[in-house]
Design a protein around this ligand. Structure first.
Ligand code: ZN
Length: 167
């Protein structure tokens, strides 16, 4: 399993000026709903949840940015303080990755925290920098505190991303 993780140096990234100049990422309202519903389902079982953010990547004068259109997930191994994909049972996940349409990429991932807020843990930071070096998003939902945050890889670091919610 080697899902294509994009590079911001990819020459195939289309040019398109972002609709809101100060935004780092555009997220469909349905994506927020999918993530919060998934986190609520996990909360009911007292577990964290995890999934991938699927979208399209564009370039403009301010740099590379993404529009996030949907999420995918798979079988998870999870408890109250951690979650990962079940590598013994990856079929659903591989099917989802195979379902990527032309021009779609995995642009990030999301997971939930149960009542410790949306700050990235050391493990989260390691995950983000190893999977999405230089470009990509990490969203965190806390269904207990009703909080949401999205972060972006910028250079070697991770910064809070300015998000615009779209229809
Ligand atoms: Zn975390």
């Amino acid at each position: 399993m080697s899902p294509k993780v994009l590079s911001c140096d990819d020459p195939q990234i289309a040019e398109r000026t972002r609709r809101v100049p100060a935004a780092d990422v555009f997220v469909r309202e349905s994506v927020l709903q999918e993530m919060t519903d998934h986190a609520d389902d996990g909360l009911a079982d007292d577990i964290e949840v995890l999934g991938l953010l699927i979208g399209r990547v564009y370039r403009d004068a301010r740099g590379v940015y993404a529009e996030i259109h949907r999420t995918i997930t798979g079988d998870l191994i999870a408890d109250r303080v951690g979650v990962r994909f079940d590598t013994d049972s990856p079929d659903a996940f591989i099917d989802a990755v195979d379902s990527l349409e032309e021009g779609e990429s995995i642009v990030g991932w999301y997971h939930s925290h149960l009542d410790f807020g949306c700050v990235l843990s050391d493990i989260d930071i390691k995950t983000q920098t190893s999977l999405f070096k230089g470009f990509g998003y990490a969203a965190v939902v806390d269904p207990v505190r009703r909080e949401f945050m999205i972060y972006a890889s910028v250079g070697d670091g991770i910064e809070t991303a300015r998000m615009i919610v779209t229809d």
